[in-house]
Write a protein that binds this ligand. Structure first.
Ligand code: FCB
Length: 485
């Protein structure tokens, strides 16, 4: 079984999660610096001050990418390195780091895929209202123009935003992410300004780079399944789908916000009331691809069916589990009259997320049918495992190999049904700072021993190297052999 010719095989990271060096070469503070230094916001009080020290270990990490045989590397540019307080003249010392990265990739024949915003907003802009303020969208377009002008050459894929849902709803809705604000009305305003910022940045990038450049956006998308077929379960399903998926897909690809969402959130202030004439045309300007981050689907029931945290038979209301996604998203779901539940028969990752590869096929087919056809890239997919280095110094992670294998098969099933999927980036190249969960969750193909910064490629690294080299998956038997020495 092969993937299409010229299928792009990649791995992804993000600036704040790996770089460290937060006060070097003129970098200004970001909202994640501020947020992670407030006690109680992250597990163990972890922060990104040092992270993977990638800023100082660039060459070593580039060599790992070459060893893996990557066709492409997705990284993000830290806005506060380029504009320390989010506006004004560019900081050349900050840009130089990315010049070295791009040069290193070029020499190794790896295509750069640059994300302009992976959540590290300059604190100076947050102080003026952050994404809840319209001005941030305008500043973002200016920043995009600077990056295009200064670093543009050689970047193969441009991604304006990473997961605007998370930035808006976790950052301004539940407060579990930076900047830690928690009002649904602000999350809606942030949603609109992020999308507007995307649209304005597309104009700026087009102007600077021309028609040839490949421009897109990355969304976190997932099928939402109703468990139960009462009218109230189905309504909960539709609203959660509206919030997570359609609130972003519809303005981007249909030039309008979904009616049920506009109706549901009508009373929230400032909410979508921040929308001005012409904004939707800006947001819906044509792009060249959609980036999809997929980890697991959502399973929901009507909130009224979950009594005192106890779910219907066969389901667990893991909403109580401190680290699960459900607890972080809970206020958003509850406001929609929904509760997230976990079918008991399904495996979960170290994040507590269910593992359902078929849902990836379902998602890709839906995007193709309802919002396409258009070129798609999976810009993140991967899993957290409780990895450890054994006494021989090996990190053996059969769970990750099985996860990647099953999800790549699911992607292939979608391709066989006509989906125009052009590439796959696994999350992540390196173990890294997993936001409010700090260093407690490991997603990398490469294990990082944080105290020494030693890198140890995991068994999944060797497995992925073979997949990339062959542009094909091994037979099922070979997978089993690999993980059971
Ligand atoms: C995504 C983020 C990425 C990483 C993975 C696990 O939501 O884009 O930075 O944290 O989840």
């Amino acid at each position: 079984m092969g993937f299409p010719e010229r299928f792009l095989w990649g791995a992804a990271t993000a600036s704040y999660q790996i770089e460290g060096a937060v006060a070097e070469d003129g970098r200004g503070p970001s909202i994640w610096d501020t947020f992670s230094h407030v006690p109680g916001n992250t597990v163990h009080g972890d922060n990104g001050d040092i992270a993977d020290d990638h800023y100082h270990r660039l060459d070593e990490d580039l060599d790992l990418m070459a060893r893996l045989g990557l066709g492409a590397y997705r990284f993000s540019v830290a806005w506060p390195r380029v504009q320390p307080d989010g506006r004004g003249r560019p900081n050349q010392a900050g840009l130089d780091f990315y010049r070295r990265l791009l040069e290193g990739l070029r020499r190794r024949g790896i295509t750069p895929a640059a994300t302009l915003y992976h959540w590290d907003l300059p604190q100076g802009l947050e102080d003026q209202g952050g994404w809840a303020a319209r001005e941030t969208a305008e500043r973002f377009a200016e920043y995009a123009e600077i990056v295009a002008r200064e670093l543009g050459e050689g970047i193969g894929l441009w991604i304006t935003l990473n997961e605007p849902w998370v930035a808006a709803w976790m950052g301004y809705g539940t407060g579990r992410h930076a900047p830690g604000r928690s009002e649904i009305g602000l999350a809606l305003a942030a949603t609109h300004h992020l999308l507007l910022g995307h649209g304005l940045a597309i104009q700026a990038l087009r102007g600077e780079l021309g028609e040839e450049a490949l421009l897109g956006i990355t969304l976190n998308l997932a099928p939402v399944h109703a468990h139960g077929d009462s009218e109230s379960d189905r309504l909960a399903q539709r609203l959660v789908d509206g919030n997570l998926n359609r609130l972003f897909l519809d303005p981007l690809f249909r030039g309008r916000y979904p009616e049920d969402m506009v109706e549901h959130y009508r009373e929230k202030r400032p909410g979508l009331g921040v929308l001005r004439e012409g904004d939707l045309e800006t947001i819906a300007a044509p792009i060249d691809f959609l980036g999809v981050n997929y980890y697991s689907p959502r399973n929901v029931v009507a909130l009224e069916r979950v009594k005192d945290g106890v779910a219907p038979a066969g389901l667990a209301a893991l909403a109580q589990r401190a680290e699960s996604r459900a607890s972080r998203d809970r206020p958003i779901a509850e406001e929609l009259g929904a509760a997230e539940v976990w079918p008991l028969h399904l495996d979960t990752s170290a994040m507590g997320w269910t593992i359902e590869p078929e849902a990836l096929t379902e998602l890709l087919l839906r995007l193709h049918a309802e919002y396409g056809p258009r070129p798609l890239y999976i810009t993140e997919n991967g899993t957290a495992v409780n990895d450890y280095a054994d006494p021989e110094g090996r990190v053996v992670d059969p769970e990750r190999i099985a996860y990647l294998d099953s999800h790549l098969r699911a992607a292939q099933a979608a391709i066989e049904q006509g989906v125009d999927l052009r590439g796959y980036f696994t999350w992540s190249l390196l173990d890294n700072f997993e936001w409010s969960l700090g260093y407690s969750k490991r997603f990398g193909l490469v294990y990082v021993e944080y105290s020494s910064q030693r890198r140890i490629p995991k068994a999944s690294f060797d497995w992925y190297r073979e997949v990339v080299a062959a542009s094909a998956l091994p037979t099922t038997g070979a997978v089993a052999m690999e993980v059971q020495p």
